[in-house]
Every structure is written in C-alpha cells, then in structure tokens.
Ligand binder design. Structure first.
Ligand SMILES: CNc1ncnc2c1ncn2[C@@H]1O[C@H](COP(=O)(O)O)[C@@H](O)[C@H]1O
Ligand SMILES: [Zn+2]
Length: 336
C-alpha cells in the first residue's frame, strides 16, 4: 500500500504530455450534476433520471456514446462550454501535464445562436480564463505580439513554475455530413493562429463511414493541418487499412489490427495514442495485461499514454502511467 502511494505520487509528479483528451469526456462529475440541476429546475430534464447515469462507474463503448449524447444536452451553451474548458485545463495542470492537446467537436445550434466558430471561441475563452496555473495558449512574439508558429520548448525550469501549454484539435464526428466536416476543416485552418493545430476524426466507430468524410480529411492535408484518426477501436479491416494508407500524423487506439496491419503500422512509424483504461473499460481489450501497448513499446514504436475521456472513465493521466508501469514493467525488453 505504501509502495503504491509512493509510485502514484511519482507518476503525478512526473511532467507529462496529454495528446488525446476529448473536452466533453473530461468534465468533472460535480459539474455535470450541477448542469443537470439547472436544466431540471427549468423542467428540461428530470434530475433523478440522469443522476445515476452520470455517476455510473463502468460503461461499455455503446453506453459511452449514449452518455455523450446526454452530455451534449447538458453542456450546450457557450457559458457551459467555457466553464468545462477552464476546468479541464485546471484538472490536467493539477496532474502535472505540461503540454495538453485538447480536442473537441465544434457544434452548431441555431436555437441559441451557436456556430462552430462561436463554439470554439467559447472553448478558447475557457482556456484563457484559467487562473490556477500559467497557460501558454497562443504563442506570440514578445515584441511584436504576433503569433509565432514554433513548438514549445518545455524546460525543467518551466515545469517547476507550473505552466501548461495548451493547443486545440478540432474533431470531426463520424456522424457529420461532408459539408459539416469541411466547415470544421476550414475553421481549423482559419484559426491556426488562435491555438488550433490540427484535425481529429472521432465518434461512435460503429456509426457512419470514414469514407464519407474522407474528402474533408484530404482538404485538411491540402491545408497542411496535421491529422489524427481514431483507428481500429472496433474491428473494421477495410477501414483500418485505408486509414493506415492515408498516413495521418497520428492514430488513436489501434486495437483491432491484424498481423498485416501491425506490420504496416510498425513500418510506417505513425505514432499511436495509447488509451489503456478507455480500451479496457469499454471492453475493447479484455484486460490491461492483454493490451497491445507492450508489443508496440518493445518494438520501439512511437507512442504516448493518454486518457481519452478522464471524466467519462473517472481516470487521470498519472494513473495511466502508474497502470502502465505496474502492468508492463516486468515485460519490458532492455537492449544492451
Ligand atoms: C471512448 N472512445 C471514443 N471513441 C471515439 N470517439 C470518442 C471517444 N470518446 C470521445 N469521443 C468523441 O468525442 C466526443 C465528446 O467530446 P467533444 O464533444 O468532441 O468535446 C464524443 O461525442 C465522440 O465524438
Ligand atoms: Zn478518443
């Protein structure tokens, strides 16, 4: 027990980077309950109907997407979006994350005057309102104040002074029309100087077809926007092969690859965002011991541990590091 406490403390202390975290999957339960209470007071929902859904500990992949539909009802307006973005950055900083790429699907809601752009602006307002830690969001030249497009250099001094670099990825939901997906890509390109650095393809992997939004992803390539794809979260050979052939800058999950696809992936060096607990909790992988992390790690394939949805799964990035060390420490091959 004492050993576990010390290890967890070390994993929390370790400066970390988070590259795969969905904004609406990173909401605190307490915030969701508060938002639900407000809507219940307005008779939009019945609080007792959603309370147990919010507090449920384990969710299958299907249940996750039902939960996301509920979250999208609860966190609809600009104010709520700003609040959850602020809290998400605070929570990642508290875990000693020094570089965070937060991803979110820009949403349009005519009834409240929300456009995809105003949605992203609400997210940015939240990131910029964080006070518990110094946030470096839009890199700008000290003299000219013009945005500079360099990657942050995170040195040990900065990690001591508690600073977090935050960047945004705009997500395309697999359910979206090609027009909506293209709108997101154009928006990401227009907001390149405002902290947006790329495009993600996510959403329920059993719904929609990535070939539908492929033209939008090709457009993103033309605009030189880096792309990350949710790939192989469920079995779908044709899609996995096509995604690897598309050669995105990164992929997330990579669970259901078969031998030939593992070969293609490893020879491509496409970095993989590893989401251990997300995969185990959604039962895409039977247990931590069975996770493909260790095979990729021992093959020296570029990878990064990520949370996916820390709010949805009640997890933290520090804990993911702890789980990886505990589960795989003994299997690591040490080259001479
Ligand atoms: C569990 N594995 C997953 N697989 C695929 N997509 C996922 C996901 N977890 C989250 N999302 C995607 O992120 C959205 C919520 O955040 P935003 O509203 O964009 O901030 C979900 O609706 C889904 O499209
Ligand atoms: Zn994800």
């Amino acid at each position: 027990m004492e050993e576990e406490r010390v290890d967890m403390e070390w994993c929390r202390w370790l400066p970390k980077i988070e590259l795969h975290a969905h904004l609406n999957g990173s909401i605190r339960d307490s915030t969701l309950l508060e938002l639900a209470k407000v809507l219940s007071d307005k008779n939009v929902i019945v609080f007792s109907d959603v309370e147990h859904v919010i507090l449920k500990a384990d969710r299958s992949l299907r249940e996750c997407f039902t939960m996301f539909d509920l979250i999208h009802v609860l966190a609809t307006d600009h104010k709520a979006i700003t609040r959850i973005a602020k809290e998400a950055v605070e929570d990642f900083a508290a875990e000693n994350v020094v570089y965070l790429e937060l991803r979110t699907t820009p949403k349009k809601n005519d009834s409240i005057g929300m456009t995809k752009r105003s949605y992203v602006e609400a997210v940015i307002a939240g990131i910029e309102s964080v006070e518990t830690v110094k946030v470096e969001f839009i890199p700008s030249d000290e003299n000219t104040k013009k945005p500079i497009k360099t990657l942050p250099i995170i040195d040990s001094y900065e990690t001591k002074t508690k600073k977090i670099y935050v960047r945004l990825l705009l997500s395309i939901d697999r359910r979206e029309t090609i027009a909506a997906a293209l709108e997101t890509v154009e928006l990401a390109s227009e907001m390149k100087d405002s902290g947006v650095i790329g495009i993600d393809l996510s959403g329920n992997p059993r719904i929609g077809d990535w070939f539908t939004v492929l033209p939008a992803l090709k457009r993103a390539k033309e605009l030189e926007l880096p792309i990350t794809l949710h790939c192989g979260e469920v079995p779908n050979k044709k899609e996995i092969q096509a995604m690897l052939e598309f050669c995105p800058q990164r992929i997330g999950h990579a669970v259901f690859l078969e031998d030939d696809e593992w070969k293609t992936l490893k020879s491509s060096y496409i970095p993989v965002e590893i989401c251990l607990s997300s995969n185990v909790k959604t039962r895409c992988v039977p247990s931590y011991d069975d996770h493909h992390f260790i095979d990729l790690y021992n093959a020296k394939h570029p990878l990064v541990l990520c949370t996916d949805d820390p709010g949805m799964f009640s997890i933290s990035l520090s804990r993911e590091y702890y789980i990886a060390a505990k589960t795989f420490g003994r299997y690591i091959l040490h080259s001479a």
